[in-house]
Design a binder for this molecule. Sequence first.
Ligand SMILES: NC(=O)c1ccc[n+]([C@@H]2O[C@H](COP(=O)([O-])OP(=O)(O)OC[C@H]3O[C@@H](n4cnc5c(N)ncnc54)[C@H](OP(=O)(O)O)[C@@H]3O)[C@@H](O)[C@H]2O)c1
Length: 344
Amino acid sequence: MIKVGIVGGTGYTGVELLRLLAQHPEAHVEIITSRSEEGVRISDMYPNLRGHYDQLQFSVPDAQKLGACDVVFFATPHGVAHAMAAELLATGTRIIDLSADFRLRDAEEWSEWYGQPHGAPELLGQAVYGLPEVNREAIRSAQLIAVPGCYPTATQLGFIPLLEAGLADASRLIADCKSGVSGAGRGASVGALLGESSENMKAYTVKGHRHLPEITQGLRLAAGGPVGLTFVPHLTPMIRGIHATLYATVTDRSVDLQKLFADRYANEPFVDVMPVGSHPETRSVRGANVCRLAVHRPQGGDLVVVLSVIDNLVKGASGQAVQNMNIAMGLEETLGLSHPALMP
Ligand SMILES: NC(=O)c1ccc[n+]([C@@H]2O[C@H](COP(=O)([O-])OP(=O)(O)OC[C@H]3O[C@@H](n4cnc5c(N)ncnc54)[C@H](OP(=O)(O)O)[C@@H]3O)[C@@H](O)[C@H]2O)c1
């Protein structure tokens, strides 16, 4: 049994880790932290987990106790993993970080976007970006894994086949993305109030969202050169879900794009390339560790439209984190993750 610790267990990604790990046959959650809910039983705070973690209580983060775990997930705001990672890595514990702390390769770029100095630049050399569809081999031996963000997962999986094949004009890519409100976490904020977010939709951070450098970094690798990306996120009145509508100009109209996507993801257990003409819905992935994609070329022109949907809390965070754990611990990649989405 893999001994698991979770730092930041009261947030949405933390409780989603608990939900997924409750069904995992090879993992056992030993420690779950919260500074504000110390001593509270998990099932008292999250009744959906009654019967699963009845003896487990939130405790304050203790590096020594966490260091006795095989795997520690960080489901915390940025900066927290920076502060604790070196001490945990020294004990041989694997770290799977859901925050942005180790996603960018360049510490200076991270500082510019996050408005504070990078807290552990010396660890960047060993951090592996945890997008299995690109980095599976590196993840197998990684001790420090940076789980991709939600928008970056949906966007990269949609653009990668085109860019790897050199079939898109990489200088003019557009990602028009919509997210549900759980993407902003469980912390109270006016924008997440029912009266503000329901019956409403709006774009935000058009001049530059923090996920932009992460997406660009991944797309540059896929394209093998510079990329120009316009990324516009929107907040939509749903709880879970990301819908990314991606636009690119193809350089060769004769290529069968459906086949290109189907071949690229043929062996990927968590990427579903839907039949020609499909329109994937966010509810078709709600609760499931799946990215569903559809590729279109309206009126046979040179503009490709890729539709990509994920559940931000599953393939966009905690599910992808468990997928990384499975790979890094030498388990079947799909273990504990093969349940279908909720419907309706
Ligand atoms: N929500 C999403 O859809 C999503 C998707 C992908 C990635 N992420 C990333 O995943 C991380 C967690 O997101 P979330 O939405 O679950 O956040 P959240 O709902 O705001 O929860 C944050 C958790 O971190 C703990 N925490 C805060 N400051 C801490 C500190 N200094 N030391 C230790 N623990 C601390 C909190 O508990 P206490 O304060 O009680 O300790 C809480 O349990 C973030 O970095 C986020 O960007 C989120």
